[in-house]
Design a protein around this ligand. Structure first.
Ligand SMILES: *[C@@H]1O[C@H](CO)[C@@H](O)[C@H](O)[C@H]1NC(C)=O
Length: 234
């Protein structure tokens, strides 16, 4: 090998490190700042005050990202599918050099339930039912009672989810918010209100009455004492 060739080869092999440039460090943590069904907003702290990054997501082409002023960089990934887990790789970019990739997963919010019906109702219990938002993904649900606690509800086999809220007071309106949950992501909340049945102390006399011949007037009284859309009078 001649001296010229040797010098060229050495220059090629030693690349930029011989010229005093080292690959920049990788980001070590990426947070999901906000998310919905189609977008994930990512945020990370700048490395060595570097403003340029590249984000790779599965089969998508790489996206160059330039940070603004300040210590953090935010970037929103769009056109995503609801309730889906995506894998990302983030590189710190410094001129021609890039860090090793920092890999992380992030999920989009799952779809929300749009309708909850009351299957049965008593003075103390309300049995709720809704259709699962997906047959494929094993979502769970969270039912929040306004002013109360969050109740996690598994998505069982089959198409419907039923859940009974108990220990309620008679003749009272309760407000709820139902969320679909996928990993650490919640859907938007579906808000609804329902009332418990009323006046349990009047049930017995009316049941006794029901054994005999009932008049139109008795039926009328019962309608007044009990309310709620599902309470039928026969
Ligand atoms: C999701 O969030 C983005 C902003 O990050 C917004 O532009 C978009 O309208 C939101 N989509 C829904 C369905 O709320």
């Amino acid at each position: 090998m001649g001296p010229i060739r040797f010098i060229l080869l050495t220059l090629l092999l030693c690349s930029s490190q011989c010229l005093g440039q080292e690959a920049p460090p990788a980001v070590t943590l990426v947070n999901v700042k906000t998310r919905n069904e189609t977008h994930i907003e990512l945020e990370w702290t700048k490395v060595n005050n570097i403003n340029t990054y590249a984000l790779k997501s599965s089969d998508e082409p790489e996206t160059p990202i330039t940070g603004l002023d300040g210590n953090t960089v935010t970037h929103t990934v769009s056109s995503l599918s609801a309730g889906t887990k995506y894998s990302f790789t983030l590189f710190t970019v410094l001129e021609e050099l890039r860090s090793t990739g920092f890999e992380f997963p992030a999920v989009t919010a799952p779809p929300a339930v749009t309708l909850v019906i009351v299957k049965t109702r008593s003075e103390t219990d309300i049995e709720l039912e809704w259709t699962k938002v997906s047959d494929i993904n094993p979502y769970t649900y969270i039912l929040k009672r306004t002013g109360g606690t969050d109740t996690p509800i598994p998505g069982p086999a089959g198409n419907k989810v039923t859940h009974t809220v108990s220990s309620l007071s008679a003749g009272t309106e309760y407000s709820f918010t139902l969320f679909t949950v996928f990993e650490d992501a919640r859907s938007t909340g579906h808000d609804f209100s329902e009332v418990t049945g009323m006046f349990p102390m009047f049930t017995k006399p009316f049941n006794d009455l029901a054994k005999g011949k009932r008049t139109g007037r008795e039926k009328q009284i019962k309608i007044i004492l009990c309310y709620g859309p599902d309470i039928s009078v026969s």
